[in-house]
Design a protein around this ligand. Sequence first.
Ligand SMILES: Nc1ncnc2c1ncn2[C@@H]1O[C@H](COP(=O)(O)OP(=O)(O)OP(=O)(O)O)[C@@H](O)[C@H]1O
Ligand SMILES: [Mg+2]
Length: 301
Amino acid sequence: MKTTKPLITLEIPELPLLKKGKVREVYDLGAELLFVATDRISAFDVVMPNGIPQKGRVLNMLSAFWFDFTADIIENHMVTVDIDEIVGRDGRLAPYREDLAGRSMLVKKAEPILAECVVRGYISGSGWKDYQACGAVCGIKLPEGLKQSDKLPEAIFAPSTKADVGHDINISQDELKAQVGEEVFEFLKEKSLAIYKKASEYAETKGIIIADTKFEFGRVGNKIILIDEAFTPDSSRFWPKDDYESGRPQKSFDKQFVRDYLDGLDWDKTPPGPELPEEIVRKTTEKYLQAYRTLTGRDLQ
Ligand SMILES: Nc1ncnc2c1ncn2[C@@H]1O[C@H](COP(=O)(O)OP(=O)(O)OP(=O)(O)O)[C@@H](O)[C@H]1O
Ligand SMILES: [Mg+2]
């Protein structure tokens, strides 16, 4: 594996930029979109000034793996991650071929359903906060006496709003039902739980717990398909299984070195984020590559 410089941003001025997220750049190709995963990394919701080499490729190719893995349950937006096909689609992409390779995905443009479809198999993060406050998450009553990071008796569908600014807010299943209608609600819930079940059971056999995860869905014609990213460490909590113990917060599989480093600083977790030392960056790249290898059984090309 050649060590590469991190790609912090990929500007393609010839193409309309639809969106620049914390990590990805989305270009509009008409009926299709081009998702480009950069090597940017965020922690505590702040994007760090330096990137993690290979992270974008890992995230892109992991999403591709999971889209294939769940395609028997739900259709998704992925068209291709093959760089020849991508560049062949639009002549304006040719000059960016090297940077795009491995980190870009051509997808069908959909009309996003404005909700984050969260599935929680373990109790953590905002779910743990809600549970401590009222014994429930998104209106779902949970058994008494759960400890932090406990596995739930069964995974729950715990949707949240898609906030343009600030944090997403957990909503009850009834609120989502009111927003999208009964039939669509049941579809989103059933599909979300089914793909979480399949992916998380598989990941556990590989030593990775997917504690929770977030999906987005969109409409293409009269169909609802899975869009955005799927089961990446950016959209999910990945925990190393061999370190798991309930009653405390868990180490993040991928970001543990970054978080530990930042926790040791006198930084108030507001932008700008501090520069990450080389050693932390190197170890974090290793973690992402390891996650990819462990989950897919392949090395990143
Ligand atoms: N197939 C698709 N068609 C149309 N829009 C899509 C499709 N897939 C994903 N999207 C949308 O593209 C956007 C991708 O943005 P991105 O996730 O990079 O940034 P963000 O969600 O605003 O912020 P964050 O960096 O916190 O995730 C999201 O708004 C998502 O809903
Ligand atoms: Mg997003």
